[in-house]
Design a protein around this ligand. Structure first.
Ligand code: DC
Length: 225
């Protein structure tokens, strides 16, 4: 069977990470979490004292970024210059930072080649916001995964609570709405479904059901000559 490129885009908390991870495992594909790259840029900028509003300086950080991934057990760990930053890039503060740095056209341009290199050769599930529209426009299987904002907030709160973080539902809902608004309205690569993406609403389906239906679509595309 052909090793294709699968893209999964959609808003924060729609279940992209869980779906992408399970789908990659089910297909025997690599996983490319592009949000982690924007998060890594935000983290490095913060550590360097570079404001997230400084597009040119953040783009330089993006160009210099030394990022790698590795599965430890069933968890996808993210390394920057060899340091495991998996936990540090998932804080609410870095979520806001990633959204801010990702709005700079020069940061997106700097990360485009890196993402294409990491996805080269196919056999990869790529997860993000613009992976089907901009990064891999010729991907064989594209999905846009979403869920209601209340459902996405519920999931994000549960996810953060599991790591021991105390989070407020209303604050998280407001943050998710702010991020959606910023991600969807930016001039460069706004978060919109690709014209040829399959739209999937995960609010009313279990994770397993979503993965099954995506896998069936990918398998049918991978069989197509
Ligand atoms: O999926 P995530 O929450 O880890 O993404 C973090 C931020 O990065 C999100 O606010 C939008 C941005 N992002 C993006 O602009 N393009 C992508 N392909 C992936 C993420």
């Amino acid at each position: 069977m052909k090793q294709v490129v699968v893209t999964i885009d959609g808003p924060a908390g729609a279940g992209k990470s869980s779906v992408a991870k399970l789908l990659a495992r089910r297909l025997g594909y690599r996983l490319l979490d592009t949000g982690a790259i924007y998060r890594a840029v935000a983290l490095v900028a913060k550590r360097a004292g570079t404001p997230w509003t400084e597009g040119a300086a953040c783009a330089q950080i993006a160009r210099d970024l030394d990022i790698s991934y590795d599965f430890v057990g069933d968890k996808n760990h993210v390394f920057v210059a060899g340091e495991d930053v998996s936990a540090q890039i998932r804080t609410p503060d870095i979520s806001q930072g990633a959204s801010q740095v990702s709005a700079h056209p020069e940061v997106r341009a700097a990360l485009l080649e890196l993402q294409r290199r990491l996805g080269a050769g196919g056999g990869v599930v790529v997860e993000g916001r613009d992976t089907g529209t901009v990064v891999f426009p010729t991907a064989e299987a594209k999905f846009f995964l979403t869920a209601t904002d209340v459902e996405r907030t519920r999931r994000r709160v549960a996810e953060l609570a599991a790591t021991g973080a105390a989070v407020d539902f209303e604050v998280t809902l407001r943050e998710i709405r702010e991020r959606d608004q910023r991600d969807a309205s930016r001039d460069v690569a706004p978060m919109v479904p690709a014209a040829d993406a399959v739209l999937v609403d995960s609010s009313t389906q279990t994770l397993e059901e979503v993965v099954e239906s995506l896998a069936a679509t990918v398998e049918s595309r991978a069989h197509t000559p």
